[in-house]
Design a protein around this ligand. Structure first.
Ligand code: FES
Length: 85
């Protein structure tokens, strides 16, 4: 699966690695994105999900809009396209 990632520094095509979170797969490609708690609490890793579907590996506690996900505690179940502020 692929994670098309839009950031202020450009668009990156990131392969998803089994066993990783969305965030970990992005970081493997040296794409610079925010994170802090890495466990669904703080919201630092939040981004917009523009297409595709994800599953949560823990119950997220950070506040999110309907079109947002937490990359630290999700895995993609389809190819996804996400956008960071
Ligand atoms: S890094 Fe804190 S919610 Fe993802």
């Amino acid at each position: 699966m692929n994670i098309k990632t839009h950031t202020k520094n450009g668009t990156f095509h990131v392969p998803f690695f089994d066993g990783d979170s969305v965030l970990q797969s992005i970081e493997r490609q040296d794409v610079d994105v925010q994170s802090h708690c890495r466990d669904g609490f703080c919201g630092a890793c939040k981004c917009k999900l523009k297409s595709g579907q994800v599953e949560y590996t823990v119950d997220p506690l950070a506040y999110m809009e309907d079109d947002e996900i937490l990359t630290c505690c999700t895995i993609p179940v389809t190819n996804i396209e996400i956008e960071f502020d």
